[in-house]
Design a protein around this ligand. Structure first.
Ligand code: GAP
Length: 453
């Protein structure tokens, strides 16, 4: 962990994201909206693959987790009870010289004196608390009684629906409720590309348990979540588990881990795993007057469950995936001369496009027809891209840059023109090793499905 800050690498990654349609600045043609991002054609595929895989592993492959999808507009009573209205704030300092609004922890300190990181001025205001929630009004009248908030985390709707979901799912402790969705925070200083945004997505599980299971489940979820990151192809050596100290932890938490990724701008949190005790359910029970207790049939006991929460950011994981996959190496051009290439070594499971299909020449009708037949064969099973324009080397390079793990080329051998034994075989090229093998069209679907799964 902890490589020096690599600004150049980050610039190349941001540029690739825009050039190839992964991520754009939101409202770009109007000058951009700070802290908001739009995902383009490839970014949206990458995001879907990540969320689908998370849902598969965290919900579908388990008997003890069910899903939900809560509203973004949130009743103020929910966020009063959770403590967000009072306490979800960051200390903010203004620079009187350049008028920047700064988070207190972003100041630079030189010879023991705090300075503005933008202009170096020491003329700074005292810190004051700035609430990060976005407030809005529901209905036609903008008065105090109509206030609602955009949720600052997906977790609270899970706690508020705990009783309904317990009843309909008939689960016994321990069990979890999972949710993927948007969250909004009016961050004082959004930065590091999508890393700290004002609108972002979370993937959270609230895993309810008996009080004596809390600490053990915290360890369990830490291991599960580390496995997840490895299974989407993030290298283990760039991941770090930080034990959050008593001082830094929320007062109600008995243990918290942060899973950090070593970004080019330094190691930063990808996911928090927190043992939150019974705090949230108790707060909502007290404030709403509705029982959020669980009845243990076997022990004949009634109590408020405790909860362990693995809470991951979709956008941060996407950024980590792209940073981890980004590489520059050497590859031969069409004449065999080595040239530098950019390659995204994304895990096939997560890659936006799984396979590109190329006819060797676009003006040979039989090659094109065969390539299109292969597209039709694969398309019901995976996202396939057809490309007939330009030299084959250039077409490979374009796919390497967006992380497509496999390329299939239809050539004259496929048509059986040189050797009838090679009829209906194609070249299958692997992105990272650039190795090519000859495979039968009839084997292609099974082979690719196995390698992508
Ligand atoms: N329910 C607990 C919770 O929300 P958090 O540590 O504040 O905890 C969880 O957020 C995850 O959400 C973070 O680890 C991060 O991945 C993501 N996240 C939080 N704030 C973010 C922001 N401003 N921009 C992008 N992702 C953010």
């Amino acid at each position: 962990m902890s490589t020096p800050i690599d600004t150049q690498r980050m610039e190349k990654i941001v540029s690739l994201c825009k050039r190839r349609g992964f991520i754009f600045q939101s409202s770009e043609i109007y000058g951009g909206l700070n802290g908001a991002w739009d995902y383009g054609p490839l970014g949206v595929e990458l995001k879907r693959n990540l969320k689908n895989y998370w849902w598969r592993v965290m919900v579908h492959e388990r008997d003890d987790v069910v899903g939900m999808d809560g509203a973004i507009l949130t009743h103020p009573a929910v966020l009063k009870a959770s403590g967000h209205v009072e306490g979800f704030s960051d200390p903010m300092i203004d620079c009187r010289t350049c008028k920047a609004h700064l988070r207190a922890d972003q100041l630079v300190e030189k010879k023991g004196v705090k300075q503005c990181p933008n202009c170096g001025s020491k003329d700074l205001t005292e810190a004051r608390q700035f609430n990060l929630m976005f407030e809005t009004h529901v209905g036609a009248a903008a008065e105090e009684s109509s206030v609602a908030y955009l949720r600052p985390e997906t977790a609270q709707s899970i706690f508020v629906q705990f009783k309904n979901i317990l009843e309909v799912s008939r689960k016994k402790l321990p069990f979890g409720i999972a949710q993927i969705g948007k969250a909004f925070r009016n961050e004082i200083n959004p930065r590091n590309f999508t890393f700290r945004s004002r609108e972002f997505e979370q993937m959270e599980v609230e895993y309810f348990c008996r009080p004596e299971q809390g600490m053990e489940l915290l360890e369990y979820w830490k291991e599960e979540r580390l496995k997840f990151y490895e299974n989407i192809g993030i290298s283990r050596e760039r991941l770090n588990v930080k034990t959050v100290s008593d001082k830094e932890r929320a007062f109600y938490s008995r243990g918290t881990y942060d899973i950090e990724y070593d970004f080019p701008f330094g190691p930063q949190e990808l996911e928090g795993i927190a043992y939150r005790t019974a705090y949230d359910l108790k707060q909502h029970q007290d404030a709403s007057g509705k029982s959020l207790e669980y009845f243990d049939d076997e022990k004949k006991e009634r109590f408020i469950p405790h909860v362990v929460e693995p809470s991951a950011g979709v956008d941060r994981t996407i950024l980590a995936l792209i940073c981890d996959a980004f590489a520059e190496d050497q590859a031969p051009d069409d004449k065999g001369k080595m040239e530098s290439r950019i390659v995204l070594r994304l895990h096939p499971r997560i890659a936006p496009i799984k396979c590109a299909v190329f006819p060797l020449l676009k003006n040979k009708e039989r090659l094109v027809a065969k390539a299109k037949e292969i597209v039709d064969l694969l398309r019901p099973h995976m996202f396939v891209f057809y490309d007939e324009s330009g030299a084959i080397g250039r077409r490979y390079r374009r796919q390497d840059e967006i992380g497509t793990p496999f390329g299939v080329t239809v050539d004259f051998e496929t048509l059986g023109e040189k050797d009838s034994k090679a009829r209906d075989t194609v070249t299958l090229r692997e992105r990272d090793s650039m190795k090519q093998e000859r495979v039968g069209i009839s084997d292609l679907l099974q082979l690719l499905s196995m390698r992508i799964a």
